[in-house]
Design a protein around this ligand. Structure first.
Ligand code: PLP
Length: 378
C-alpha cells in the first residue's frame, strides 16, 4: 500500500553536509577568515590528496566537469575537424566539448548491460581523422577498458575517460579515470565526491599533458601576464576545495553505502520478471552513482515512474534522448535507428533513488512499491 505520508527524494543534497557539518563549517570559516578565495593551500592540498586517492601523478582542479573535458581535448592540440569517438547514450557534455572546439563527434552505440560504449563497434567508426576515444563510465560502471585500450593502441588514439559519475569506481584494481591518457571528473552535488556548487578536475600520469592542462586552465599563462597560448579561466574555488578536502575522507564510505543499497535492491529485485538490473563486471568495482533499471518498454517505464511518484518516490530518466537525436547535434546527421541500443535505453531506463543516507525502510518501501506495480502490470 502506498503511504501518503512518505516522500522519498531522488537525492538528498544537504545530507552529506550534515554528516560532516562541524568539519565543513570549520573549513569554510577558515577560508573566510583568511580572505583568500582564489587558489591557495586548500586547492593545492586537494590536488595532492585526490592524486594520492586515485594513484595518479597529476591532478589539475578546474571549474566543472564540462570544462575538464574541454581542457583535456585542448591539451591534445588537435586540428579542426579531427574526429573524436563518443557514446551516443551519454550526458551532453562530451559532445559539447568536442563540437565547441571545432572537432567532430563520432557516435558509437552502447552495450545494453552496462550502458557504456560498445568497444566492438569502435573500429568500424575509425577514419584517418580519428584522434581520440572519449569513454564515459556511466552511472559508476566501468566501460570495457581492456578492449578499448587495445583499439586505441592499435590505431594510435588518445583515450580520455569521463569519470564524472564514477569517481572511486575501479577496473582491475585501478581507479577509473587513470587507465587512459587523461581522466576527467565533476564535483556537481549529485556526484560520488561532490562540492556545494560546481567543481571539476582533470588527471593524468603524463607530466607534459598536466603542465599544458594547468596552463590552459589559467589563461594560457606560463607566468603572470605571460600568455604562451590562448587559454581559459577554469578554477576550482578555494571554498569548494576546502569542502572537498573534508569530504574526500568519506568518499570510500559513501561508495560503500551506495554499494550496500545497490546490493539490497539487487537481492529483492533480481527475480522480478521483465526488470533488468544494473550489471557489475567481475573485473570492476561499481560505485553506483546511479541505480538504473530497464523496463519492458517506454509505456511500462513511464507508468512505473508515475506510479512511484504517486507513492511519494522520486525517480529520474537518465537520459530521455540520445545525443545523435538532439537538435543541437542535428549537424552530425544522426537519424532514428542509427544507434538502436542507445535509443532503446532512453525509452526503457529508470533511475531509482540511491544516495548514501537512503535508509533501509525507505528502500524496502521503494522495493515493495515497484514489485506491486510489476505484479499488477503482468
Ligand atoms: C558523465 C558526465 N560528464 C560530464 C558532466 C559535466 O559535469 P559538470 O556538470 O560539472 O559540468 C556530467 C555532469 O552531470 C556527467 O554526468
Amino acid at each position: 500500500m502506498a503511504d501518503s505520508n512518505i516522500q522519498i527524494p531522488f537525492f538528498d543534497a544537504s545530507a552529506s553536509y550534515h554528516l560532516q557539518k562541524e568539519e565543513i563549517d570549520r573549513a569554510i570559516q577558515n577560508v573566510l577568515d583568511k580572505g583568500a578565495f582564489i587558489n591557495g593551500r586548500e586547492v593545492e592540498l586537494f590536488s595532492y590528496s585526490l592524486a594520492s586517492y586515485l594513484g595518479v601523478n597529476h591532478v589539475v582542479p578546474c571549474a566543472n566537469g564540462t570544462d575538464a573535458l574541454s581542457l583535456a581535448l585542448m591539451a591534445l592540440e588537435l586540428d579542426k575537424e579531427d574526429e573524436i569517438i563518443i557514446p551516443a547514450f551519454n550526458f551532453i557534455a562530451a559532445a559539447e566539448a568536442v563540437a565547441l572546439l571545432g572537432l567532430v563527434p563520432v557516435f558509437v552505440d552502447i552495450c545494453e548491460n552496462d550502458f557504456n560504449i560498445d568497444s566492438s563497434l569502435i573500429e568500424g567508426k575509425l577514419t584517418s581523422k580519428t584522434r581520440a576515444i572519449m569513454v564515459t563510465h556511466l552511472f559508476g560502471a566501468s566501460a570495457q577498458m581492456d578492449e578499448i585500450k587495445t583499439v586505441a593502441e592499435k590505431h594510435n588514439l588518445y583515450i580520455i575517460e569521463d569519470a564524472a559519475q564514477s569517481l572511486g569506481s575501479e577496473y582491475r584494481n585501478q581507479k577509473l579515470g587513470t587507465l587512459g591518457h587523461i581522466g576527467c571528473t565533476s564535483f556537481f552535488p549529485t556526484k560520488n565526491l561532490s562540492c556545494f556548487g560546481d567543481g571539476g578536475a582533470v588527471f593524468t600520469n603524463d607530466a607534459i599533458l598536466a603542465g599544458k592542462i594547468k596552463m590552459i586552465a589559467n589563461h594560457g599563462q606560463i607566468k603572470k601576464y605571460e600568455h604562451e597560448i590562448i587559454g581559459v579561466n577554469s578554477r576550482l574555488d578555494t571554498l569548494q576545495a576546502a569542502i572537498l578536502n573534508v569530504k574526500l575522507h568519506k568518499l570510500n564510505e559513501a561508495i560503500e553505502a551506495r554499494r550496500n543499497i545497490a546490493n539490497l535492491y539487487h537481492e529483492h529485485l533480481k527475480d522480478v520478471e521483465k526488470v533488468q538490473l544494473p550489471f557489475e563486471s567481475p573485473k570492476t568495482v561499481h560505485s553506483f552513482n546511479q541505480y538504473c533499471i530497464l523496463l519492458e518498454n517506454k509505456l511500462v517505464r513511464d507508468a512505473l515512474k508515475e506510479y512511484l511518484k504517486n507513492a511519494g518516490i522520486s525517480t529520474m530518466i537518465y537520459y530521455p534522448k540520445p545525443t545523435h537525436l538532439q537538435k543541437a547535434f542535428s549537424i552530425c546527421g544522426g537519424t532514428e535507428g542509427d544507434f538502436p541500443l542507445s535509443e532503446n535505453a532512453c525509452e526503457r531506463i529508470l533511475a531509482l533513488p540511491i544516495f548514501p543516507t537512503l535508509d533501509i525502510q525507505q528502500q524496502h518501501y521503494i522495493i515493495n512499491q515497484l514489485k506491486t506495480f510489476i505484479s499488477d502490470a503482468n
